[in-house]
Design a binder for this molecule. Structure first.
Ligand SMILES: [Zn+2]
Ligand SMILES: [Zn+2]
Length: 330
């Protein structure tokens, strides 16, 4: 089969590799769609830990191609895959803090993932989706699951005011989740004009251009701020725009050695809750349900669909202005 294999930092290409075979407890999934995300770029450039050689791709789904005897799945089932494999028995897993499982391994990071024609997947990671789902939407279930984790942690109440800093996929999914959750105001901040226009179409009540407008003058007293940009500036702004007693949910990933300046005094007197949100613990099934419900506008987020041969060019260049989500259809 054909696959996009990362052999070393900054070395990637389409290769002919052996098609996997189903083994006990694992099924072969024929990939119908796999999203490319910032994490893939980080892994490619050696900025995020991953094993090599490896087939990249952790945002994917497809149809069951082959099952082992006793599998609860059958050939032809349309499925989403949760790439993060945990042990299920350690202290963290038993306490439902599965993202912290010390033996966590991820498809597309440590073991072969979804930018390929087929992938071998533990049945524990597979979720059935409605058979008539647009296969391209399978690429959104993992990133949406991460966004749902952020919403869970935010404990957003109906009628509250929300700010979203960052207009990438994560930010634009959070906008839609906040709308569904009943936020009264949803302000999206992003530099890119096209992304601001998209945000207004899918639930934002207001957008701000941080280059030409003052974020901290124009936004005040938000109940919940979602930091989805992973930048120093947005992290610092989040504390100024969030009301006293409000929550700051940090979904954006900075480089691991990035530092920001914060005033501990302000955290105390404002009782700000600064809460990180990592991966998709226990949210993949709900994400698959929500994508299947048709309540999200995903078409508007798809910028380009490429085949395996088109992946390297996407990873080699920064995302083009206005582009939101790239999807690989092998
Ligand atoms: Zn991702
Ligand atoms: Zn564990």
């Amino acid at each position: 089969m054909k696959a996009v294999v990362l052999t070393a930092v900054n070395e990637i290409g389409v290769a002919e590799v052996e098609k996997p075979k189903a083994t006990a407890g694992k099924s072969v999934v024929k990939i119908l769609a796999c999203g490319i995300c910032g994490t893939d770029r980080h892994i490619y450039h050696g900025e995020y830990p991953g094993d090599k050689p490896v087939i990249l791709g952790h945002e994917f789904g497809g149809v069951i191609e082959e099952v082992a005897p006793g599998s609860k799945f059958k050939v032809g089932d349309l499925v989403s895959v949760d790439p993060n494999i945990v042990c299920g028995t350690c202290v963290d897993c038993l306490a439902l803090r599965t993202a912290f499982c010390p033996s966590l391994t991820a498809l597309g990071v440590n073991i072969n993932g979804g930018i390929a024609e087929y992938v071998l997947t533990p049945d524990t990671q597979i979720y059935l989706v409605r058979p008539d789902l647009n296969p391209l939407y399978l690429a959104f279930i993992e990133p949406l699951a991460c966004s749902i984790r952020g919403l869970d942690l935010a404990d957003l109440k109906g009628g509250e005011k929300v700010a979203v800093l960052g207009g990438g996929v994560m930010g634009l999914l959070v906008v839609q989740l906040a709308k569904l959750a009943g936020a009264s105001e949803i302000v999206l901040v992003t530099r890119q004009k096209y992304r601001r226009e998209v945000a207004l179409k899918i639930g934002a009540t207001r957008t701000i251009d941080p280059i030409n407008e003052s974020v901290t003058d124009l936004i005040k007293g938000m109940d919940v701020t979602f930091e989805c940009a992973g930048a120093v500036e947005t992290f610092e702004q989040s504390q100024q725009i969030t009301r006293r007693g409000g929550a700051i949910i940090v979904l954006g990933l900075t480089a691991s050695d990035t530092k920001v300046s914060i005033k501990p005094f302000d955290i105390v007197v404002n009782e700000h809750r600064i809460q990180g949100s990592y991966l998709n613990p226990l949210t993949q099934a709900r994400s698959a349900e929500l994508v299947g419900s048709g309540k999200l506008n995903l078409d508007i987020l798809i910028s380009k669909v490429v085949d395996l041969d088109g992946v390297k060019a996407i990873l080699d260049a920064p995302p083009a202005e206005g582009d939101i989500k790239y999807i690989v259809r092998p």
